[in-house]
Ligand binder design. Structure first.
Ligand code: GLN
Length: 274
């Protein structure tokens, strides 16, 4: 098949923009470049890969899983069905956290990313700020297999730990960051999410707060004298999580931040950081 014929095939099964992205990906080309080579023959093996991918998209598989990659904060990460697809809001969480670390610390920090999934948060922070150690914790063995792929891709020194949040962990951190599951068990989510992404990465009990509860119950012993906790949160959860923080930590300052869509989506908890 020629490039042109491949694109025609793609268009008949999925969105033409997606067909273009997929073909360009398999041919290692810029999507716009394809139009300069429409008559070129696509090698058979690439054609097969491409057709398979187009049909997977048609069946409702998310583009990121089909491509097995996602760009997060300027780096390319491997993803598949074993982990949540990193979201744009999480880049905002990382962005603010980088600012705060640079503002409050002049020495390398000890960081832990709880429920690390693909590892995007912790691995990005490791690249962007000066770290003493980066621990990536997840309860899912399968997710940690993906974390490991990304650790190697980004030539990182992070420690991968299979654990339920901070349970039985004694280490003290400067920065604890997490984008935990926070959807209520009964909440409706988009079909493409529900049918493809791991439910363990999405749902967190009747009120969606189970993971924050679990983290905050233990967190006191894992904070250094000066410390920052950074959470991604659901848009209606700021008040309830503030209560949980107050029940578990004295004398901390709490800041809720809105995402670009003006929803309360991040919480920063400052211990002895003024
Ligand atoms: N930390 C990963 C992310 O933000 C995974 C989060 C999760 O599985 N809930 O993409």
């Amino acid at each position: 098949m020629t490039i042109d014929e491949c694109l025609v095939f793609g268009k008949s099964h999925c969105h033409s923009a997606h067909a273009k992205i997929l073909l360009a990906e398999f041919l290692n080309q810029n999507p716009l470049e394809l139009y300069n080579h429409l008559e070129e023959i696509v090698p058979e093996e690439k054609e097969e890969q491409y057709k398979k991918a187009v049909l997977a998209l048609e069946e409702g598989k998310p583009l990121q899983y089909v491509l097995q990659k996602v760009n997060f904060y300027g780096n390319s990460f491997y993803v598949d069905e074993r982990v949540l697809i990193p979201r744009f809001e999480t880049e905002e969480l990382v962005e603010h956290t980088i600012e705060y670390i640079k503002k409050y610390w002049t020495t390398p920090v000890d960081i832990v990313d709880l429920g690390c999934g693909s590892g995007v948060i912790g691995l990005t922070l490791e690249k962007k700020v000066s770290t003493n150690s980066v621990d990536l914790i997840d309860i899912s063995k399968q997710a940690l297999e993906v974390t490991k792929i990304n650790k190697e891709r980004l030539t990182s020194n992070a420690n991968l730990i299979e654990n339920d949040m901070l349970e039985n962990q004694v280490k003290k951190y400067d920065v604890i960051i997490s984008n935990p599951p926070y959807i209520k068990d009964s909440e409706e989510v988009e079909q493409i999410v529900k049918e493809n992404e791991p439910s363990i990465a999405l749902y967190a009990g009747e009120d969606g707060l189970d993971c924050y509860r679990k983290i905050l119950n233990h967190v006191k012993e894992n904070l250094k004298e000066r410390a920052l906790i950074a959470f991604e949160i659901g848009k209606d959860q700021a008040q309830a999580i503030t209560e949980l923080v107050k029940e578990n930590l004295d004398g901390v300052r709490i800041e809720v931040k809105k995402d670009l869509s003006e929803r309360d989506r991040m919480m920063f908890i400052f211990k002895n950081l003024e």
